[in-house]
Write a protein of this length. Sequence first.
Length: 100
Amino acid sequence: MASTKTSTKKKSPAVKKPATKKTKAKAASASKATVAKKVATKKAPAKKASKSKSAKANPAERYRMTEVAAYFIAERDCFAGNASDYWIAAEIQISKMLKV
């Protein structure tokens, strides 16, 4: 049988850099700079949409809202009616809600 030799290389430990100490003046100036940056980047609160504007929904969102509304209308009717009737009722409901 052929014997295999394993190499036993020792890994040298990573060289650590000496820690640097910040002076109090440097630390104070650094903290003032970060405070100044935070104050400068603060945004004004977003304006709320007025109630007079109608909500905009893309077609995928509108379809999903109609789908969910049709399900709940059908559930309230114990699924006794026609699915297309539930869908039409849901479309009317969603159109009124979105004011389109």
